[in-house]
Write a protein that binds this ligand. Structure first.
Ligand code: BGC
Length: 761
């Protein structure tokens, strides 16, 4: 107080007074550390372990449900033996669980309530791979914020997102959940998502929730694209190509991290102290807590590394704070403490980190911060959110082909909408769409009818083997049609005959990507492909509206179908967003963020491959790095996507060709919209380190800008190049930039760029 008065005298102006008053009020609040010290001094060991225990509600299944039983759960909360919940849905239920925690347990510590709503809560946005394809960070942030607004209105305060695993193998179904293959883009997107969920400043109001970056780490590098499989890679590659997006989320202030199911070079991520302690905490300065993936401490036994007791000890000592559904901490930590296999500091550290986040969220001040029962009616699935989701979805679609400008379609024409995806609700939502009410989703047929005269036929079954639906889908996406393939085809061809244009709505079902949905064949399912061939054979113009959660090997389609619009799984507003683009109310602007291969044999395939000893120059040469039967080039490169207009790129202008580590170069290119529609273009900057002390990639994305250019207009797009963009982990794992020549490339996609050089001195 004395200091305050003294300072007030000396600096008596309005602003300093205001500042000092704020400081004074802040000083009067107990610091989080003091508050938590006091709390922990009164907690029993059992209650501390309770904070490390996350259990499952019963409103959804996102893993094997091991022990949950709702009566027992309530008793456990009363005893202070639960720290957090996953998969409890509904504000009234959550409010009641929170009430039991803060009114009926001894320590009155509030609970965390988490869920996977990674592309929307009840207003569902496109799957994350689709969102990334918009290259629109503002939209990505907005979608995350709307998900947070809706979920927090329903009582939730924690989201298991962003998922930032770099994936270069589309056989892996979870490529759908992330941003694709590029670490720079992945990092930018991760930051936008964290801002969207947590807000800035973090947790300021009851629409800002705790985010959780996952799956730490390298989960996307699973061997052969098989989920939960082996990950073995050099630390240099991990650091240069995979770790940055997680780090970017930490830099953006993410409050929690989920460790991954996989092992890394022989050590499971959940028990990996190099990952969780050395890199995450010591090197990156992470201050939040680490939660396991679903029951992943139990997986340590499956890895053949001992029993639950040993797995719990290993995980805790490595820096895993919260156990999701393994019950390994719950059953073993007391005993481990008595046996001297851990000491109380291990439990205290984990407990403190969790309590600190609960404090930061504001739950000690108001445990019902996220339990306002008046909010759901106003905040969930409202008209504004739906309108935003529709607009955002249109920017995620990628126009892969458009021969003779078949698209946009004319609203006066008669359209034959054919294919199982044309009249389906749940499938529009994508792999994590389950929090939504699937009955509220509209079908593409309903949406398209608002634009034109549309006649529909299902055409075929979605899969060759319809029993697949039973084990694949948690939601039963497609009903089996009792008719034979021949009957379905006959109907489709007769519908096609009456139309000017065929729109074939085909592709994967939503559950064919996502967790535990790896595929070794990346074609459109066989009956759908047979249907498509028959439709093309009619000679009518065919537009393929492609649904998928991953890059597909659609070489035949590329060669034979007139136009292809890839729409991923667009979410609740699919029915309207798709025709918005098909009929030209919106000009498509999405660009791929993962390479599409010619066939499965080319996989893994990605644009930022390292230099190889004998690079291929053209078609096959003996003693060159290539294949006998396919070229090295992909079907569609990273960054690729067409528009209904055309953009011409001028030459790159650069303000200098030499820079020092302190300088900033500016490279500018003029882009002209030379077509007859306004549109967005995503301009991409790539850099290649020409001579380095270790093997470097042939190019790396280092900047991008999405610009709106009116028809006939020219806009200059500039990129600033600082030495931080030139840094990488060298052979000794030092993060450096090296003097010498660099190539700077600007273009419309990773395979279509112009190049100039500059030198770092
Ligand atoms: C998934 C995570 C998810 C968790 C909780 C796991 O099976 O790998 O991504 O957050 O379940 O639902």
């Amino acid at each position: 107080m004395k200091i305050y008065l003294l300072l007030q005298k000396r600096y008596m102006n309005k602003f300093s007074l205001l500042f000092l008053s704020v400081l004074f009020v802040a000083c009067k609040q107990p610091s989080p550390d003091k508050f938590i010290d006091d709390l922990m001094s009164r907690m029993s060991v059992e209650e501390k372990i309770g904070q490390l225990h996350l259990i499952s509600g019963t409103d959804a299944i996102s893993g094997e449900n091991l022990y949950s039983d709702s009566n027992k759960t309530v008793m456990e909360i009363r005893k202070g033996k639960v720290g957090a919940f996953i998969n409890a849905k509904g504000v009234n239920k959550i409010r009641e669980l929170q009430r039991i925690a803060v009114e009926e347990s001894r320590m009155k510590i509030p609970l965390l309530f988490g869920m996977d709503f990674l592309h929307g809560y009840e207003t569902i946005f496109p799957i994350p791979l689709g969102m990334a394809s918009s290259w629109n960070l503002k939209n990505i942030e907005t979608a995350a914020h709307i998900a947070a607004v809706e979920a927090s209105a329903d009582g939730l305060n924690w989201v298991y997102s962003p998922m930032v695993d770099i994936a270069r193998d589309p056989r892996w179904g979870r490529i759908a959940e992330g941003a694709g293959e590029d670490p720079f883009l992945g990092g930018e997107i991760a930051k936008a998502q964290v801002r969207g969920y947590q807000g800035e400043p973090a947790y300021a109001d009851n629409t800002n929730i705790l985010a959780c970056v996952k799956h730490f780490a390298l989960y996307g590098a699973s061997e052969a694209g098989r989920d939960y499989s082996v990950v073995d890679m050099s630390e240099q590659r991990a650091r240069n190509d995979y770790l940055y997006p997680y780090q970017a989320a930490i830099e953006a202030g993410v409050g929690s991290v989920m460790s991954s199911f996989n092992e890394i070079n022989g050590m499971p991520a959940t028990a990996n102290s190099w990952l969780l302690d050395d890199v995450l905490r010591k090197e990156w300065g992470f201050q939040g807590f680490v939660v396991t993936d679903y029951a992943s401490i139990n997986d340590i036994q499956r890895f053949g590394m001992g029993n639950s007791y040993g797995a719990a000890i290993m995980s805790l000592k490595a820096g895993t704070d919260m156990d999701m559904e393994s019950y390994a901490y719950y059953f073993n930590l007391q005993k481990a403490l008595s046996n001297g296999d851990i000491n109380i500091r291990h439990i205290d550290d984990a407990c403190r980190r969790i309590l600190k986040i609960k404090y930061k969220l504001g739950l000690f001040k108001d445990p019902y911060k996220y339990c306002d029962t008046t909010r759901p009616a106003r905040d969930i699935y409202n008209a504004k959110h739906r309108e935003t989701a529709r607009k955002i979805a249109t920017e995620t679609f990628v126009l892969l082909k458009n021969d003779s400008n078949l698209l946009p379609l004319k609203k006066q024409s008669t359209i034959a909408l054919i294919g199982p995806h044309g009249n389906n609700r749940p499938n529009m939502l994508g792999s994590w769409g389950w929090p939504a009410n699937i009955n509220k989703a509209t079908t593409l047929l309903e949406g398209m009818k608002e634009y034109a005269s549309v006649i529909y036929a299902r055409g075929c079954q979605p899969y060759e083997d319809m029993t697949q639906e039973d084990y694949l889908s948690l939601t039963k996406d497609f009903e089996k049609d009792p008719r034979s393939e021949a009957e379905l085809l006959r109907e489709a061809l007769s519908v096609a005959k009456k139309a000017d244009v065929i729109v074939a709505a085909l592709g994967e079902s939503a559950e064919m990507s996502g967790e535990s949905s790896s595929r070794s064949d990346l074609n459109i399912p066989a009956p759908q492909k047979r249907l498509l061939k028959a439709l093309v054979a009619t000679g009518k113009p065919v537009v393929l509206v492609l649904f998928t959660g991953r890059p597909l090997t659609i070489l035949w389609e590329k060669d034979n179908v007139d136009a292809i619009l890839n729409v991923w799984f667009p979410g609740t507003e699919a029915a309207f967003a798709i025709p918005d683009v098909l009929f030209g109310d919106v000009n498509p602007s999405g660009k791929l963020t993962a390479t599409w291969s010619l066939n499965v044999g080319q996989i893994p395939i990605y644009y930022n491959i390292k230099n190889v000893s004998k690079p291929m120059q053209e078609w096959f040469h003996k003693f060159r790095s290539g294949y006998l039967d396919v070229p090295n080039e992909p079907l569609y490169p990273f960054g690729y996507g067409l528009s209904y207009t055309t953009f011409d790129y001028g030459e790159i202008a650069i303000n200098d060709t030499v820079m020092s580590e302190k300088d900033t170069l500016v490279a500018t290119v003029a882009i002209t919209n030379s077509g007859d529609r306004d549109g967005y273009e995503t301009v991409q900057l790539y850099i290649r380190d020409v001579v380095a002390s270790t093997v470097r990639p042939v190019k790396e994305l280092k900047g991008f800008e999405k610009v709106f250019i009116k028809k006939g207009e020219t806009k200059n797009v500039s990129f600033k190049i600082t030495s931080s963009l030139l840094k990488f982990y060298n052979y000794q794992l030092q993060y450096v930039c090296e003097q010498g020549e660099f190539e700077l490339m600007i273009g419309r996609n990773s395979a279509d760029t112009q190049t100039i050089t500059f030198t770092l001195i």
